[in-house]
Design a protein. Structure first.
Ligand code: ADP
Ligand code: 5GP
Length: 195
């Protein structure tokens, strides 16, 4: 799970990470927010109406869901299970409340908080992206200050100064997690790794 303030560079770093590793699947979330220019339904998000989103909650279709700056976001549970069963790592780009819900249901999930180098740089990136109205940018900056307070609850913190360096650190975290003795021993006991 990768969390971090809006504009910290999660999408950018995830793209760089996916170019480095072929064993990751990105979990496409559902959201009620409008698509940004260039965003494709089913690729970046499943863009849904509030009514459709509410029906998904009723059907217990989400691993987690949360509200963020006036919109709803949720992780569809079934594709996560399918990808894990197919042997992939699943990458969730989710905000802090959702990450907490996932950790309660899946304590084996690995949590990483992505920080921009500074608040001033975060504001520059949000404005530079040019996708949000002023009111939304102010909402996202106010939310960012609260999110920073949760960074210490994450297993890892990566600073996104240079995007390729941040992606290399994420890559290293995944590799280190795979080398954890409990995970290696499980793999060895299941007979799919040489000792
Ligand atoms: P998030 O997914 O966290 O909201 P984005 O990936 O959309 O953030 O990045 C926000 C803006 O910052 C984009 O315009 C992106 O090109 C830019 N950006 C991301 N990472 C960096 C970086 N390391 N250095 C400079 N600009 C960056
Ligand atoms: P954005 O609108 O900038 O794409 O995303 C806003 C915030 O929602 C980001 O912090 C992002 O990580 C988070 N987010 C995206 N998908 C999900 C999701 O499925 N669940 C939760 N809880 N947050 C999400």
């Amino acid at each position: 799970m990768l969390s971090g303030p809006s504009g910290s560079g999660k999408s950018t770093v995830i793209s760089a990470l996916m170019r480095r590793r072929g064993d990751i699947r990105f979990s496409v979330s559902a959201t009620t927010r409008a698509p940004r220019p260039g965003e494709v339904d089913g690729v970046n998000y499943f863009f849904r109406t509030h009514e459709e989103f509410a029906r998904m909650i009723e059907a217990d279709a989400f691993l987690e869901h949360a509200e963020y700056v006036g919109n709803c976001y949720g992780t569809p549970a079934a594709p996560v299970e399918e990808s894990l069963n197919a042997g992939y790592h699943v990458l969730l780009d989710i905000e802090v409340q959702g990450a907490e819900q996932v950790l309660q249901r899946r304590p084996d999930a690995v949590s990483v908080f992505l920080c921009p180098p500074s608040m001033a740089e975060l504001e520059r990136r949000l404005r530079g992206r040019g996708t949000d109205a002023e009111e939304k940018i102010l909402g996202r900056l106010a939310t960012a200050r609260r999110e920073y307070g949760r960074a210490k609850d994450y297993a890892y913190i990566v600073v996104n100064d240079d995007a390729d360096t941040a992606a290399a650190e994420l890559d290293a975290i995944i590799t280190a997690e795979l080398c954890r003795s409990e995970k290696r021993m499980k793999a060895i006991m299941e007979g799919d790794r040489p000792i």
